[in-house]
Design a protein around this ligand. Sequence first.
Ligand SMILES: Nc1ncnc2c1ncn2[C@@H]1O[C@H](COP(=O)(O)OP(=O)(O)O)[C@@H](O)[C@H]1O
Ligand SMILES: [Mg+2]
Length: 447
Amino acid sequence: MSTTIHTPVLHAPAFLHWPRTLFARLALILVVGIALAQGMSFWLTMTERDQSMVNVMTGYVEREVTSSVALLDHLPPDERAEWLPKLARRSYTFILGPGVTGTPPDAVLSERFAKSIAEGIGKRYPLTVNAVPGDAERFQVHLRLTDGTPLTIDMRPMPGAPMSGWLPVVLVLQLVVMAACCWIAVRIATRPLKQLAQAADALGPDLKAQRLPESGPDEVARAAKAFNAMQDRVAMYMKQRMQILAAITHDLQTPITRMRLRVDVMDDSATGARLQQDLKEMETLVKEGVTYARTLHGTQEAPARIDPDALIESIVDDYRDAGMDVSLSGSIGRAMVTRPQALRRIVGNLVDNALKYSGDAPVVVDIGAEVNGRVRLSVLDRGPGIPEASLEAVFEPFVRLEESRNRQTGGTGLGLAIARQLARAMDAELTLRNRDEGGLEARLILS
Ligand SMILES: Nc1ncnc2c1ncn2[C@@H]1O[C@H](COP(=O)(O)OP(=O)(O)O)[C@@H](O)[C@H]1O
Ligand SMILES: [Mg+2]
């Protein structure tokens, strides 16, 4: 037999949201915890203080009252009245008379005072104690002196000394110091994590991420060391990968050239033409492969101050001279520091694609207002565009869409990968976007 167990789903109220950052969480735990502990010890101190104040006071009242009653008892009856003001204290006065009647005292403080007075003089003088109606802590002790005169002690016990004015100030100061310490501690604890995240983010294809300082507390130093070691390993693997790729593609060039020469002197011209075509494709792949392998580590080209308008014009002119439909509109109008060879290669690859998949390639340059005045270079076309889901995937090496179409267009699937590597190396952004009016826009934003 099976039973279904319904687990109640508990939803925390909106105001109980656990903060998202580690910084806020640690700070919250520390501050709330220490503030609670602080509050508790403050409460304990205050209670303890009140307690001992009351003890001191009851002891004092007990001795004073005992001696005053003894004095009054010894005085001749007609002198007693003039002594009363001298014997009065802040918390009690003597009255020669029966005083008022009432219920037994039930306030905590009154009870304690009454008890200590009873201990002082209760053995010699039988006492009655009652609260004064209408006054919470006030009470009267009634007794008869040895000659039968009624005497009343009117008591107004005072609670412990009031809190001094500087106490809240010190308390607030303590809380401030504590909050500051918490803040510093939490910062010390969370900052290495932030640095680690930044370093990991910066670890790009050029592998020029900053090395983390291997100093500081043990745990941090260990994490930094591990991260640096990992960075070195990744760099080594990348380098090996590049070397292998470069070696293979480079070594392939020679046999391909030899084969082309041999095919040239072949008798069968039909087969020869097809072989030539295949060899040409292989050659392109090899060339692109070498370029891609090189760009994996960014570019060695040094940035130079150039006139970008002249450079882009010359690229477009080269295509025009070869009879391709490439147009240019807009201009930048100022010199900029960039890597001309890399820029030429990127624009070339984008224009090649536009021509291949559409037939024409309008190039538009401007200083984009919506990209903070940075230089924007767009290669537009009216081709089929790229499905939204594949806009990023086509930047991967060897990724080509639609096998059939590519068979006739020919290509290696490395053009965009190379362009993006180069763009990254020069801190530019390269993105693709389907245009509303159809076709693709490849947009390069130079920084
Ligand atoms: N302008 C474009 N219009 C439509 N599809 C494109 C365009 N540019 C690139 N693509 C798609 O992206 C893929 C990858 O492009 P690329 O890296 O240049 O490789 P290749 O051009 O050698 O195929 C292409 O195979 C194609 O499917
Ligand atoms: Mg291409």
